[in-house]
Structure formats: C-alpha cells, structure tokens
Unconditional design. Structure first.
Lengths: 400, 383, 236
C-alpha cells in the first residue's frame, strides 16, 4: 500500500510547505508569548536569586523593598549579625532611576552594594566582562542590557561613575537593567536633594530662630549637615548558615528586633502576586487567547484542506477505499502539517527571541508541551474533517 | 523494484525539509538547558600586586582661626575682605569702644589723683617726721613734756602709714588703668599668623556677643585633605604612605602627596577611618576649602603570589572559591584569598597554583552540572 | 474473473414515507450476461441513477433481489457484509469524468484498487501496467493525470475500473463529454474488455452516438424497465 498522504503532500508540496510555514509563524508567535510570560516571572525570580539572600529584612509594617518603600537605619545590620544562624548581613539600597547615557536616559534600577567583598549578598553573582567594584566610590557594574560599555562614565545624580564591569541577567522585576554602585554613593543618590532644594533648605534653616541663635554659630551648620546626611538603607539582605531553617531565624528577628522579615518564598509571593501580578496576568490571558485562536486556525486550515479534497474522497470511497484508509490519509496529513508547523515555529521563535527588549524564556518543557498540543489539535481537527469526509455520499460521484 | 517516480518533486521537498530539520536540531541543542554555557578562562599567574586604598575627602585647613571679640559689642570697622592676605599682627577689625575710652580716661585721672594723694601723704609724712625729731630734741633739753613727744611720734607713724596706703592706691589705680587699656586694645581684632581671610560673617554696625566669629582666616600653607576610608578595605593604612590626589575640579590632574596621620578616632556611624593627607608640594592655585578630592594611597608592593581577577571569585553557600577547569571539567575549588589591588586582582593564598585555569566570565551562573564551552569572550559583549 | 453476470429481480426503491414517498424504482428486472454490454436508457428522473446506485451498492434498495457474478448480494436485505470490499472487488466504475486521483500518477491510480485489497505494491503495479497496455496508454504510465488528454484520462479510468477483473462494470455516461470518434473508441474498448475479461457491462447513457452500438437496451421509465433489442451496430 502506498501512502496516500505522502503522495498528496508530494504532489502539492508548495501549498503544503507554505501552509506549514504559516502554521509555523502562528505557533512561533504562541511559543514566544509563552516565553514572554515566563521571562517576566523569571525576571522577578532571578532578581531574588541574584541577591544570594535567604532573608529580606525591611522596615516594620512594609512589604518592601520592592512592593513598597522601606527605610532602615544603616547600622541595623550589625545587630542582625549576632543572631544565630546568620552567616552574612549586608545593607542594600534600591532605586529606580533614569541614568544618562549617550544623550538620552535609560531606566535602570540602581543598587547600592558593599564594595570590596565579592560574594556578599546583593552583589552580581557572575560577570561577563570587567571586574567587581573595588573602590568605595564612583565605580559601577552594569547589566549588559543597559548598553553601557566598559570604561564609560555614566551620570547618576550629581556624580559620574566609571563602568568597571558588566553583568548579565541582573535585571529588576520590570526587566530594567541594574546598575551596582557603592552603597554610600547610592544612599546619597537616593536621599540627597538637588542643589536648589538644598539651598532652599539652608535658607529656611537660617531663618529659623531656633537654629540660628546668636552665640551658637555651630548649631546652624550642624543642623544643615544632619539634614543632608543619609543614614538609611532600603533593606538588609541576610544569608544564613547552611542547613538553617529560614523561618527559625526570621521569627525572632520579627519579634525582638521590630523588623519585618521575609523568607525567599514569601518574597517571591509578594513579587509575583503583587508587583508583577497585573502584567503577568495580562500576558497570561493574552497567551491563552492566542493559544485558542491558534488552535482554531490550525483546525480551520486542516478542515479547509480536507474540504478541497471532497471529490477525491468521494471517488476513493466509491471505488472501495476503506473509511479507515481515508481517515488515515487525512490524519497523517494534518499531523505532518502540525510537525512542520511546530518545527518552523520553534526555529523562528528561537531566532527572533533576542530582539525582544525584555527577557524571553523558552522553556524546553513548554516546547514539548506545545508540540503535543499541536499534535492533539491537528488530530482533533482532522477528526472533524474526517467525520465530514466520511459523511460524503459516494453516490455523489455518480451523476444525480 | 522500488520506484521513486517523482524525482523532481521529492528533491524539491527535501531541499526544504532537510535544512528545516537541521536547523531544528541545532536550535534544540544550542538553546535551552542542553546548550553549553560560554565561559572565558584565564591562567593563574604568579605576580606581585600593589594594593592601594581609595577614599574620598575634602580639602580642609589645618588651622582655622576664628577671630572675634572677648566682650559683647558692636563691630565698628572691618579692614579686610575675604581672600585678602594678612600678616601676623595686622589689625583685621575693630569693635566699637562705646564708653571704654571714657572709662580709660577716668581711670587715668584716678591714677593721677592717686599720684597726687601720694605726694600729699609724703608731705605730711615729712612734716610729721620733722616735728617728731624737733620735739625729741626739745625733750632731751626738758623743754617739752613726754606726752607731746609721744603724740608727735604717733603722728609720724600715722603719716607713714598713710603714705604707704597712698603708694598702694597708685599701684591699684595704675593696674586698673592698664587693665582698661588692655581691654581697649582687645577691641582690635588682630591676625595671629600670616594667612588668608576665608570668611567675613558680619558687617560694621552689627552687634555680636562674646565668642562670635567676626573674621575667619586660615594659613594656606596648612591645607590638607581629610580623607575617609571604608573600614572594610582600609587595612594597611599608615602615616607616611604615598598618596595620589585628584581634586574634583581638576579631573585628570593627579597631584602627589602623602599620609600625614591616621586619626585615632574613626567614625563609628559611617564605618570609616579618617586620615589626613598633605600635598607634597605647595600648590600654585589653592583649591578652595571644602572641595572634594579622591585619594588613592599606595601600599607597599607585596611579594609575588598566584593572582586571579576578582570576577572569578564566587561564593557557593558559605565557601569562597573559583570555578576551575581541569581537563575540560568544571569544579568548584575553595580558595583562601589574600590582598587585592584596585584593579581587581586578588592574591590567592591557598587553593590554586600557577598554571591553573579558572573561569573568569560566564554567560550564566555555573553549577557543577553545567556544560561549558570556552570562548575568547562572552557573546554579546562588544570588544 | 468470469461469473454469471448480473441478475436483478423486482428491485424497488422508495424514498421517504407515507404520502410524500417517492417511488424511484417500482420493480426492475434486468439480466446481463458475462461479456455482454447493455445500454440503460431513460430520461432524467426515470430512476436510472437510482438503479445504478443500488447496483453499485451505494444505496440500499427497499426490496428485491440482486445477484452479481455468482453471489447473491441483496435479497430483501444485504447479504454481503462488506459493501466496500464488494465495490472494490466486484464492481468496476466508469464515470462521466475520469475522476482520477490527481496526486497519484497514472500507474498508481490504477494500481490503487489492488493495493487497497492488500496486494503487494509491485504486483499491483504490474497488473496496472497490463491494463494500461491493453488500453494503449502504457506510454503515459508515469505521467500525472493533469498531463493527459481527456481521452487518455478516460482510458485510464476504464483501466482502473477493470484492474480487479470485476464481474460487473457500471458505466455512467462514459461518453457524454466526448466527440463521436472518441465516444466510439470508448465503446469499442468497453466491448473489447468485456469480451476479454468476460465482464458484464451496463452503460447508462443518453448519447445518441453510441446507442446504436448496443445489442440490447433497457429502457427505464417511471421506475420500471423494459427490454428492447438494439441495433447492435459495430463490434460483434
């Protein structure tokens, strides 16, 4: 027995391949959309992973530092270091800022980290170029998606920073590139006002008789200095000793130190369920719609292809082809179409993914699931078409 | 007999299908978890490094003189402006004397009066002395009574006492007078040393209290930089070390200096150590006090040891180490680190030796199960 | 293979029920001997298509008896379980239009039937080639149907109908689209094949050009047939 499906494909191979490519584009788009969704969730998770932290210590009563602002005194970490189970505790600040670059601004998340100690929580875990920060001021490590080059000087608030290292996959939950700078500079950037505001503040202080008493000349200077100093950070990242249960350390911290403490799972839930929830749901919904539409189109294409063969099917039926054979031909064709479509779709998705501005994560399991989904849809669609085909009255081949 | 009747068509289809399959297999192997991670590798070399410390500070004057009056009063006149060079002893400003001049004159008169009182007392004493002597003589010839002689003796003693008192009065009046004169000259505000006026906070006519500064001046030769170093990375900071100074307004120009002293008191709040750094040579144009400067202190070179870039260091759980490539396999080697320099090179005390290959940059985070492929540079990083 | 031809007795077909029922066949009798080619003539609506469909095991008759070859296929009800196999093995169809499968070449179009019956591909193709040769289109064995002329396609269709050596061939207006020369050629082929393979052939037609060639003609009107002798011009 020859393969009727194969012969048909060979005969109108152009149409077949063309249709396959069309299906492939549709499938590629759907796979990419799934990748976009996963990339979004991955951005949030990778941000948490990159901190290397087991616990996030933030201001009491807040869900910071990502979902809400949080301020802690920068010497809070010292009291945390003493607690049992704590291996490292490091201050960290986060601030979403526009950073000047080549004449325009790009949105970044500026992270203040301790310089000079690789491996502290908060620092980038691996670099793709350059080195880690060694000086306590005016150096930066930037994520590669920022477009900054090694050696470039970027402006953050009132200072210029030299980019000394580049990292990868260090992005905020929004997909914005991170820029790591020494924490003292970050504190200044976050809390120090611009010059005009400072001048206004000094003027107001000078006019205030409480601060500007005669005979206490130093008082005014001290007040000005204290108002422009910053001793706050946004969070303390804590790394625990191996085999410590996070909640065992977190609970005493919450109770005795009057701080809010989140474990990794809690932080992830805050990020995913609150911060990126709306965007993620938006994309998830679109993904579902896209998948349904793609399925419908695939089904429609298979159906239409079969419609075009009604005459041949009638003849085949009439001359005595088994229903099973006809059904097999249609099913084989639709599965072949599905396979070609999937292969094209996967290739296209892999090649156009790098041009997306945010991270797109094509999970292999998604591809496998997609493959089977495509096969199932093709089979189901062909079943509908087969039912139609088999209802064809062979008598139609004979004149009415 | 196997027929392949449709040569042309089959060929055409194959030219489409086969590349498609090849691409697909390529895609499957090169992306996703099956794909090897691109890494760059460096060989550990034994080198000597020159660690350095980096801190920022501000230009300050070693000695700042805040010149003001010792009594409350009104500023009468200011002779200098900010930026003026002054000599030691130069009068910078004058306070209003108010009634002080009158007080001085009054006291002078009192002094002179006391002098006159002394002369009067002296006259009396001389007279009393003469009288006493005369009556003594008379007593000897029994021309007078003993009672009168005794009275005249007593008058002499009284007159001598009054003279003594008058002398003391003069001394007292002179001291009072001199005190007022001294106060009067205190109303001149005088530069204690040669220097430059840096602040002129009040203008003539302003009333100021004791201790308030009228004019501030510094000795420009005594400029130094108050530098703060992060305590974590300040090991080895000591007096005498050479320093390179870059003033904020003179970017690109490196000045040489040295560490004068390390402050015995560090800043516990900001966790910084403080040090004073001076310029080696007097600067032509003085930087303004308060200007920021970046200071790099060079520590002595260390003997050669295996050195790795700091990008190679990772922390897995609680161990510090590197990813070492041995025979194409990846393994995490724990290391003990030594000193580092500001260019990111760190000495390895334990764990690696000369010639070992370590992973420096990688596309993704590495695990022991990662498959790697060594490249010149990470794809996507422009050179 | 030869058999006893076609034997139809009292065939009735009724569409619908009650008052609106349509009696397409009201009792049809037909005999066709092996090797014989008879014509079936009648106006449209006379039931000739219905008769063919019954005979072709495409629709169910209401009552009657049909014998094909030496097998009773219908007697008040279908006596054959697999109608498809019946169509495939026992009945050869020739239509107005060739209805060749466009994506199979000529040989495979003809060889398809035996392949469907389970014959190995090489054998089926050899058989097909035999018939193509008999019909003088073997030089087009590898061509696709779209590359053939109308007449060639029709011959291939006939070859397909004959490839299983069915005892019966049902031809439905096989010459309608053809000119007289080609029509004659088709009828000649049918007669030759009928004689060569001892097949009983019924040709439904209203083509004036070929009606004179039949020795026997069945007229069908209002669901009933009656036999008539034809002119029998031509081929015997």
């Amino acid at each position: 027995m020859i393969s009727l499906a194969g012969r048909d494909i060979l005969h109108s191979w152009g149409k077949f391949v063309f249709t396959g490519i069309g299906l492939g584009l549709l499938i590629g788009v759907t796979l990419s959309m799934a990748g976009i969704y996963r990339g979004m969730v991955d951005d949030a998770q990778v941000m948490l992973d990159n901190t290397g932290a087991d616990l996030w210590v933030v201001q009491q009563g807040t869900q910071g530092p990502y979902a809400e602002p949080s301020s802690l005194y920068d010497d809070t970490y010292r009291s945390l270091l003493d607690m049992p189970g704590v291996l490292h505790a490091a201050n960290v600040t986060y601030l979403i800022m526009q950073v000047g670059h080549s004449g325009h601004d790009i949105s970044t998340m500026v992270v203040g980290i301790l310089s000079g100690g690789p491996g502290q929580p908060g620092q980038p875990r691996y670099l793709v170029a350059g080195r880690h920060i060694t000086r306590s001021h005016y150096e930066a490590v930037a994520d590669i998606t920022s477009g900054f080059q090694l050696g470039e000087r970027i402006r953050i608030r009132r200072n210029l920073y030299t980019v000394v290292g580049l990292s990868k996959r260090t992005v905020s939950y929004n997909g914005d590139p991170m820029v790591f700078i020494p924490i003292k500079d970050a504190q200044e950037a976050q809390f120090l006002k611009d010059n005009d505001a400072l001048i206004q503040q000094r003027r107001r202080n000078a006019e205030n008789p409480d601060f500007n008493r005669p005979g206490t000349g130093d008082l005014l200077a001290a007040v000005n200095a204290s108002q422009s100093a910053n001793t706050y950070v946004n969070a303390v990242l804590v790394k625990l000793k191996p085999e410590t249960v996070p909640e065992d350390v977190a609970e005493p911290m919450r109770h005795w130190k009057r701080l809010q403490v989140y474990t990794r799972t809690q932080m992830e839930s805050i990020l995913v369920d609150k911060v990126i929830a709306k965007s993620a749901r938006q994309i998830a919904l679109f993904l579902v719609i896209l998948a349904i539409v793609s399925a419908a189109i695939v089904a429609f294409i298979i159906y239409t292809l079969t419609l075009g063969k009604i005459r041949e099917i009638a003849v085949l039926k009439l001359i005595g082809t088994k229903n099973r054979t006809i059904a097999g031909m249609i099913m084989q064709q639709s599965i072949a179409l599905g396979i070609i479509g999937f292969v094209v779709g996967k290739i296209i998705a892999t090649f156009w993914v790098p041009i997306f501005p945010k991270y797109v994560l094509l999970e292999p399991l998604d591809s496998v699931a997609g493959f089977f989904a495509v096969l199932v849809i093709c089979m189901l669609a062909s079943l509908v078409a087969i039912r139609m085909a088999l209802k064809v009255d062979p008598a139609e081949a004979i004149g009415g | 007999m196997k027929r392949w009747p449709l040569q042309g068509r089959t060929l055409a289809l194959l030219t489409v299908i086969v590349p498609l399959l090849v691409l697909f297999i390529y895609v499957a192997l090169r992306s996703g978890p099956l794909a090897p991670v691109a890494v760059t590798v460096e060989t550990v070399e034994t080198k000597s490094i020159t660690p350095a410390l980096f801190g920022i500070g501000s230009v300050e004057a070693r000695y700042t003189y805040k010149i003001g009056p010792t009594v409350a009063g009104r500023v009468q006149q200011l002779h200098v402006h900010v930026g003026d060079q002054v000599k030691a002893g130069q009068v910078l400003a004058e306070m209003a004397p108010v009634d002080l001049d009158d007080h001085v004159r009054s006291q002078e008169s009192t002094f002179k009066r006391a002098g006159a009182a002394v002369r009067e007392a002296k006259a009396r004493q001389v007279y009393a002395q003469t009288q006493a002597h005369r009556y003594q003589q008379l007593f000897i010839v029994r021309a007078t009574s003993e009672e009168i002689v005794t009275a005249k003796q007593q008058e002499l003693q009284i007159a001598e006492a009054v003279l003594s008192a008058a002398h003391e009065d003069v001394t007292r009046a002179r001291s009072d007078w001199e005190a007022l004169v001294a106060q009067r000259s205190n109303l001149h505000l005088i530069a204690p040393v040669n220097g430059v006026v840096t602040m002129r906070d009040t203008d003539p006519g302003t009333t100021i209290v004791t201790g308030q500064t009228v004019v501030e001046m510094i000795d420009p030769k005594s400029l130094w930089i108050n530098v703060r170093f992060d305590q974590i990375s300040a090991a080895g900071l000591a007096a005498g070390l050479p320093a390179r100074i870059v003033l904020r307004s003179r970017n690109g120009q490196t000045l040489s200096g040295r560490v004068l002293r390390v402050e015995p008191k560090a800043d516990a709040v900001t966790e910084e150590m403080l040090a004073k750094v001076v310029f080696d040579t007097q600067l032509e144009s003085l930087p303004p006090v308060g200007e920021l400067a970046e200071v790099t202190v060079d520590l002595p070179s260390l003997p050669a040891a295996p050195v790795i870039p700091n990008a190679a260091i990772h922390r897995e759980n609680d161990r510090m180490g590197v990813w070492q490539v041995m025979n194409g396999d990846l393994r995490f080697t724990q290391v003990k680190l030594g000193a580092s320099d500001l260019d990111g090179r760190i000495q390895v005390n334990e764990g690696l030796k000369n010639g070992d290959q370590v992973v420096v940059y990688s596309e993704k985070a590495l695990t022991t199960r990662s498959r790697i492929h060594v490249a010149e540079h990470i794809p996507g990083v422009s050179q | 293979m030869s058999g006893k031809g076609i034997h139809i007795e009292g065939l009735k077909k009724r569409y619908g029920d009650g008052d609106t029922a349509v009696h397409a066949l009201k009792g049809v009798d037909m005999q066709v001997a092996p090797g014989e080619v008879v014509g079936l003539v009648g106006p449209s609506g006379s039931g000739k298509s219905t008769l063919l469909k019954c005979l072709g095991a495409v629709i169910d008759p209401s009552s009657g008896r049909m014998v094909l070859g030496d097998e009773v296929i219908y007697d008040g009800g279908w006596k054959v379980r697999d109608l498809r196999a019946l169509r495939r093995d026992k009945i050869g169809f020739v239509f107005q239009a060739p209805y060749l499968i466009p994506f199979l070449d000529v040989t495979d179009n003809v060889a398809l039937l035996p392949m469907l019956a389970g014959m190995p591909n090489d054998e089926a193709r050899a058989k097909a080639l035999e018939l193509l040769t008999a019909l003088d289109v073997q030089h087009r064995a590898r061509a696709m149907p779209s590359q053939l002329s109308g007449g060639e396609q029709q011959r291939v269709a006939i070859a397909r109908g004959l490839v299983n050596r069915p005892p019966v061939i049902l031809a439905d207006e096989p010459t309608a689209p053809l000119d007289s020369e080609r029509a004659m050629a088709v009828i000649r082929i049918l007669n030759d094949m009928a004689r060569q393979f001892e097949t009983a052939v019924i040709v439904v037609t209203h083509d004036e050009k070929i009606i004179p060639t039949f020795k026997r003609i069945y007229h069908i009107r209002d669901g009933v047939t009656h036999e008539e002798a034809g002119e029998g011009r031509g081929f015997y």
